[in-house]
Design a protein. Structure first.
Length: 546
């Protein structure tokens, strides 16, 4: 059994704390700050080598350690490294490249007898496409984790692991994929070939760290048993330990958002390793891949000016919808809670199947959150991304439009932002003004599918009105279910000044000077589930009795 090394644990804790403050802080950056090579630091953290006394004192000085911490670090000096096969620690930047589950499955498959270096064979064994297998094999070979000898695939690396207890979108993605695979196994794998069990406990949270250490040891013992004998299959073992009660307000708030089933976030694609590629809203990234061009009004304009340029184009096809979007867009920034410190916004898994370059990553830029109190603002926006010099006015305008459009699709019961992204990418494209009304109608029919229906009669309201008199029309009877709560009625578009809605009643009171012959106007109903009004239109025609 390997001895506990307090010096190594100290270094891991300091690295973890720095990663918590700055998630982009890498193992390479830590080694630079300690003035030791990345390879040496990696070997020290994986218990493959120790530091000399001189190196320990230099590291202690660089970290401004207390005398007791320096003593802990000195305990590492001169200790013989364990001959046990240790797991190599992957930096998050490296892990991100191979974070899809099948990369690690291929590494394990390479340990089985007569594993073929053939994408079709690998794909069939793991239930993935030959294209996915081919891409993964090339990546793993490029990273020198596997090698091809003749027709066989061989693993060339020791077992690998990631840093522990550090927020990472790539690691969250990896775990979510395994949870989904576990869910699928319940239906597809016979009980004699799997084990899925659960225990619910009342616990003392002070024992969690101890439990996590016990779980780590248990994993190692079980894998040692299973990896002996004739190795022919690849299994995965995922263990979850998480609270069901809300220990922190932040946790409860996140669970409330997650319980909405939905994705509710605006994403941005950032390619920090490719300086020539500016950050791009995911909506526009997807559209550009399909040939879209997004100049809007140009980066010399403010985001809101660019938003109104898009909405002016939209108004030619759909004036009521453009008016509604403009209303929320104008108030967007006043409804934002800016996030400028701490960890990045929690990833909302609503991107769907999106392929991005390996040097790029999808970052959560904004989240629409439930408003439980008047002090809570509906939008969380990462100000650090918003204020990046390479994030253009066009991209900021796109985010505003994304959130406005998502508000409507959410009102219709959509639980992710895929349809909102599609609509945004189309109406923001320079090609949008050239499409026909028929194409636009087909687009809206596809995007704005009603998953929850606010039942209204759709026949026009027609009534006569005499100048100098007030005509009242109750709107509640228009509902097929008049008992439905939380309905808000709003006039939109162009309407005469002598028309208004008060307490669910349409009031028409023209004067003798008003020209009211043949006037038509629109209003919409909202059932209160979204800050964007639902676009249920009822057309009213007014005739005049002289």
């Amino acid at each position: 059994m390997a001895l506990i090394d307090p010096g190594r644990i100290l270094l891991e804790r300091i690295y973890s704390e720095r990663r918590l403050r700055n998630p982009s802080y890498s193992l390479r950056a830590f080694s630079r700050d300690l003035e030791i090579s990345p390879a040496t630091l990696s070997q020290v953290l994986s218990a493959k080598r120790t530091l000399s006394k001189q190196s320990v004192l230099k590291v202690a000085d660089r970290l401004c350690l207390t005398p007791s911490e320096t003593k802990e670090l000195l305990s590492t000096s001169g200790r013989r490294a364990s001959h046990k096969t240790e797991r190599e620690i992957l930096d998050d930047d490296v892990f991100r490249v191979i974070s899809d589950w099948y990369h690690f499955a291929i590494l394990s498959l390479a340990r089985t007898k007569n594993c073929r270096a053939n994408p079709a064979w690998v794909g069939k064994r793991l239930g993935i496409s030959a294209a996915q297998a081919r891409s993964a094999l090339l990546t793993l070979e490029k990273m020198k984790l596997v090698e091809v000898k003749g027709k066989n695939l061989l693993r060339t690396s020791n077992p690998i692991t990631t840093t522990q207890d550090i927020p990472s979108s790539a690691l969250r993605k990896f775990h979510k994929q395994h949870l989904e695979l576990a869910s699928q196994s319940l239906e597809k794998v016979p009980t004699e070939k799997r084990d899925v069990s659960t225990i619910t406990m009342a616990i003392d949270p002070k024992n969690i760290d101890r439990a996590k250490r016990m779980i780590a040891k248990m994993r190692d013992r079980i894998s040692k048993v299973l990896e002996t004998g004739k190795i022919t299959e690849v299994y995965t073992m995922a263990i979850q330990l998480f609270p069901l009660t809300c220990m922190m307000l932040v946790l409860c708030s996140f669970v409330a958002r997650a319980g909405d089933v939905g994705g509710n976030g605006g994403d941005i694609v950032i390619c920090d390793e490719s300086p020539g590629d500016a950050p791009e809203l995911l909506d526009y990234f997807e559209g550009r891949v399909k040939g879209g061009i997004y100049s809007l009004g140009g980066n010399q304009r403010t985001p809101l000016e660019n938003v109104h340029i898009v909405l002016e184009r939209l108004s030619r096809f759909d004036a009521p919808r453009a008016a509604l979007y403009a209303k929320e867009a104008d108030s967007f920034e006043s409804n934002v809670q800016w996030v400028n410190d701490g960890p990045p916004l929690e990833d909302i898994p609503d991107a769907g199947d999106v392929t991005i370059p390996p040097e790029c990553a999808i970052h959560q830029w904004a989240i629409r959150q439930p408003v439980f109190h008047s002090s809570v603002k509906p939008f969380l926006v990462d100000e650090r991304i918003w204020k990046r010099p390479d994030v253009s006015s066009v991209q900021r305008a796109g985010l505003i439009l994304h959130e406005v459009i998502y508000g409507e699709t959410k009102r219709l019961g959509h639980n992710d932002s895929i349809t909102a992204r599609k609509f945004n990418s189309v109406i923001s494209s320079d090609e949008f003004p050239k499409i026909s009304s028929r194409v636009y109608a087909e687009l809206t029919q596809e995007v704005f599918k009603w998953l929850r229906e606010l039942k209204l009669r759709t026949n026009p309201i027609e009534f006569g009105v005499r100048p100098g008199y007030i005509v009242e029309k109750k709107l509640r009877p228009l509902l097929e279910d008049p008992s439905q709560d939380g309905i808000t009625w709003t006039l939109v578009g162009k309407y005469p000044p002598w028309v208004k809605i008060v307490d669910e009643t349409l009031l028409a009171s023209p004067t003798k000077e008003d020209k009211v012959d043949g006037v038509e106007f629109n209003f919409v109903a909202n059932d209160g589930h979204s800050s964007v009004l639902a676009l249920v239109k009822i057309r009213a025609s007014v005739s005049v009795e002289r």
